[in-house]
Design a protein around this ligand. Structure first.
Ligand code: FAD
Length: 346
């Protein structure tokens, strides 16, 4: 049976260490408890917010409804052929643990996504990605529970509308479903993508010629540790903004004015992606502190809460950075982190 707590401080449940009070709060550890929580919210006419690891949210106000903290864990192989494995995990499972278990079983497909914070259930919400890989590359399906009706529905890849740090669960189905379990298809044969962010260089420095998925996961973990602040030490939510994408024509104009501009192929043909970290750095925010907040000195894309910042201070910093980049490059940065309630356009 679930326990409904009242007036729970949410800051300690987030990696940014920011958040007001949840008027009602409960932890669910299995499907029955989830259904009970949904029933409680329906009967008491309360809005629901689903909380995973809190590593991609900025909670700027108290939440008047029921926060459901997902602790439905576990994972298993549900199908196997000579070459592939269908690996399923419940949504409260820790993502890093899921990746570690897969590479320990000599499976290929998740290694570039090693060391990303949070839960399995939040991974499809923004189609997590790193080092040239995205969840959608291995995604088979997910089962989600409708928050209003309590009914279960299977979503195939096409139903999820995956895009760069985006899915239907951040758009039209935002706040409508609880992602309950996820299935990915992994390969038993080595299929590696080593072309990003210095993976190859580290492998060759270690004299590893034919790496395993476990070795690649370790290299990715090492690379990430050298660049990203650990939230337990410097509270943050990873990359705060998405990398803006522009048309080739717009990009040419920018490149004429800023010949040193950094860029990558976009998520669709004819789109060019510009690293938001570079834009923020050029706009003068890298390593600069404003009271208790600032953009990290080693990676300008990361907003750090240095010293017990308030939500208002973080919001002011977000607006300052968006304004600074807009002024310098005429590009509008969009937050990657889920800001709750969302920013208003002012
Ligand atoms: C240091 C650091 C580095 C990071 N690096 C990366 C990176 O390389 N790539 C990347 O993509 N992300 C990265 N992130 C962001 C974050 O780790 C991911 O977005 C992760 O998937 C969030 O998981 P969570 O469980 O913490 O989600 P939360 O922050 O708890 O929730 C995020 C959103 O998903 C919703 N949600 C959560 N669980 C469910 C569910 N079961 N059903 C429906 N909705 C749900 C929430 O309501 C919320 O809107 C990083 C974060 C940190 C702190």
């Amino acid at each position: 049976m679930i326990k409904i707590q009242r007036q729970v401080v949410l800051a300690s449940y987030t990696t940014l260490r920011i958040g007001g009070l949840a008027r009602f709060f409960t932890v669910v550890k299995n499907l029955e408890e989830l259904k009970e929580a949904l029933r409680w919210a329906r009967e008491n006419k309360k809005e629901i917010f689903i909380l995973g690891g809190g590593s991609n949210i900025l909670l700027t106000k108290s939440f008047p409804g029921l926060v459901i903290k997902n602790e439905i864990t576990g994972s298993e192989i549900i199908r196997e052929t000579e070459k592939s494995v269908w690996y399923q995990a419940y949504s409260g499972e820790n993502w890093q643990k899921f990746v570690e278990t897969s590479v320990r079983h000599h499976l290929y497909g998740l290694e570039n996504l090693a060391s990303i914070y949070g839960t399995v259930g939040a991974a499809p919400v923004q189609n997590i990605g790193a080092y040239g890989a995205e969840l959608k590359d291995v995604f088979v399906s997910l089962e989600a529970i409708n928050l209003k009706t309590g009914r279960s529905k299977i979503f195939k890849a096409a139903d999820c509308h995956f895009a760069y740090r985006d899915s239907i669960f951040k758009k039209s189905l935002k706040g409508k479903y609880f992602i309950y379990r996820l299935t990915v298809k992994l390969s038993k044969e080595p299929r590696l993508n080593l072309n990003y962010g210095g993976i190859k260089d580290i492998l060759s420095a270690k004299k590893i010629k034919t790496p395993t998925s476990k070795q690649v996961a370790l290299v990715v973990t090492e690379l990430r540790a050298s660049k990203l602040p650990v939230p337990a030490v410097l509270p943050n939510a990873g990359s705060f903004f998405k990398n803006p994408e522009v048309s080739e024509k717009e990009f040419k104009k920018l490149q004429k004015r800023w010949p040193e501009i950094k860029f990558f192929p976009g998520s669709k043909p004819k789109l060019i992606k510009i690293p938001a970290g570079w834009l923020i750095e050029q706009a003068g925010f890298k390593g600069k502190r404003y009271g208790a907040v600032g953009m990290y000195e080693k990676q300008a894309l990361i907003l750090v809460n240095y010293d017990g910042a308030s939500a208002a201070e973080v919001l002011a910093q977000i607006k300052r950075v968006i304004k600074g980049v807009k002024k310098r490059f005429d590009l509008t940065l969009e937050p990657e982190v889920n800001i709750i309630p969302p920013l208003t356009k002012k």
